[in-house]
Structures are given as structure tokens and as C-alpha cells.
Write a protein that binds this ligand. Structure first.
Ligand code: ATP
Ligand code: MG
Length: 232
């Protein structure tokens, strides 16, 4: 059965102990994608927002590299950030002011590069502060756009999927914002946030159950270069 890789990520929270129900807004934050979707059923996905440049995962990975951390940078940057001050550096929150659900992270990366170049690399506290400020900027943008997407779609359920969904600061912030709005929030199990076979099998099973297993042509996303829909 041809299964779209991102659909696997998207449906992975259904493998958790507290699975969601349809409809919901999905925040898909993987290594190569940052998207907000309005999901009404399996195969019924409307794109609400997308990144116009780097994905959130890339922002984590590239910033981590600038801080001398290895790949994948997300978990390493998150660990370093634990000891840092998230308000130490005023980093940009691109597209936040605009009435748009799209994301842009390349400006943040440039700002991190500028600060990293000036940094005393032997000062562990300064590195931790920059890591914490970077994480805070990414989390802030993801959380605020997710809340705007919930309001735009009139949904009271948020589903987070993809590797960045493992980030503890993102989880904490989304839990807080959702609680304020009486929105239910769902995450995949930590082991199922990044690429795994179970999410692909689950997407196949859910399509099969609904009798939409035979082709991949009924994917209802907009076709865009970063979302190649034709299965190999
Ligand atoms: N705890 C964490 N905090 C922040 N980022 C994280 C964390 N854990 C993983 N990541 C990030 O998640 C990304 C990997 O996620 P995933 O496996 O979903 O992406 P991918 O499958 O490579 O991308 P895609 O599916 O878009 O092609 C990397 O960018 C990694 O840095
Ligand atoms: Mg993936």
C-alpha cells in the first residue's frame, strides 16, 4: 500500500495511550516540515499554514550546529537549553505579527549565527543562554501559530506530530496554552515522534479500515515541492 510518509507522522498520535478523535488541528513539526493542518478524518487534510523556508526541525539542527553541537541537533540543543536563560538574547519571531499561519525560520537562524559568532565559546553559560533563547523563539512561534490555527478552524483539539514534538519545552508551552483555552492536546509517544515503521503501518491500517487504501491519489493536500504526493 502506498503511504505518504507525512501522513504516518500525522497519525502517529493515534498510537498513544490517549489517542485523539477527529476533527483536530495538527501541528506537524518534523525534520523537514512545519505545517498546520485542519484534519477532519483520515485522508481529509486542509493545509492552514506551511513554512516558507526552513522547518522548525532544521532551525533546531542548524542552530545546534552553530553552537558546536552534533546532529540531530534538536535533542542536544534542548539539553543545553535546560541551563540557559530563555530571555538572555532577543531573537526574532518571524511572521508572528502578520495575520498568517505560515512560518519562517531562516531569519532566526541568521540571528543565531550572528550571536554565535560573537560568543565566547569557552563560556558554557553563554552557550546555554543562546540555546535557551533559540528554543524559546521556536517554541513561541509554534505555540502562537497553533493557537491562531485552532481559532481559525474553530477546533478544540490539537494534535502534535513529528520529531520536534518530542521537545519538552514545546510540550509544556502547548499544554499551558491549550489548558487556558480548554483545548485538548495530544502528542505521540516519545519513541514515535521521529521516523518509525509503526506510524506507516498505522496509516495503512486506518486507510484500510475506511476503504481508502487502494490508491494514493486521494490525498487532498495541495501539491507543493516540499510535499511530494506521488508515492514511489
Ligand atoms: N527533543 C527535541 N527537541 C527539538 N527537536 C527535536 C527533538 N527531538 C528530535 N528533534 C528534531 O526532530 C527532527 C527529526 O524529526 P523527524 O524524524 O520527525 O524528521 P524527519 O523524519 O527527518 O523529517 P521529514 O519527515 O519531514 O522528512 C530533527 O530536526 C531533530 O533535531
Ligand atoms: Mg520523517
Amino acid at each position: 500500500m502506498p503511504i505518504h510518509h507525512l501522513e504516518g507522522h500525522l497519525l502517529s498520535p493515534f498510537l498513544s495511550a490517549d489517542p485523539p478523535t477527529f476533527p483536530f488541528v495538527a501541528l506537524l513539526v518534523s525534520g523537514g516540515h512545519t505545517q498546520l493542518l485542519h484534519v477532519t478524518d483520515v485522508g481529509r487534510y486542509a493545509l492552514l499554514g506551511d513554512t516558507i523556508d526552513d522547518a522548525a526541525g532544521e532551525a533546531f539542527d542548524k542552530s545546534a550546529k552553530l553552537l558546536g553541537l552534533g546532529y540531530p541537533g534538536g535533542p542536544a540543543l534542548a539539553r543545553l537549553a535546560e541551563f540557559g536563560d530563555p530571555d538572555a538574547y532577543a531573537l526574532p519571531r518571524p511572521l508572528l505579527q502578520r495575520d498568517s499561519l505560515d512560518f519562517s525560520f531562516s531569519g532566526l537562524k541568521t540571528a543565531v549565527r550572528t550571536h554565535a559568532a560573537r560568543l565566547d565559546s569557552t563560556c558554557e553559560q553563554a552557550r546555554a543562554d543562546l540555546a535557551a533563547s533559540t528554543q524559546a523563539a521556536i517554541v513561541d512561534v509554534l505555540a502562537r501559530k497553533s493557537m491562531a490555527a485552532l481559532a481559525a478552524a474553530g477546533c478544540d483539539r490539537l494534535v502534535v506530530a513529528g520529531g520536534v514534538g518530542a521537545n519538552a519545552a514545546l510540550r509544556a508551552r502547548l499544554r499551558l496554552e491549550c489548558e487556558k483555552r480548554q483545548v485538548r492536546v495530544h502528542f505521540p509517544e516519545l519513541a514515535l515522534c521521529t521516523d518509525n515503521g509503526a506510524m506507516i503501518a498505522l496509516a495503512a491500517a486506518m486507510r484500510w479500515q475506511r476503504g481508502i487504501a487502494e490508491t494514493s491519489t486521494d490525498y487532498a493536500f495541495d501539491v507543493r515541492p516540499r510535499w511530494p504526493l506521488v508515492a514511489a
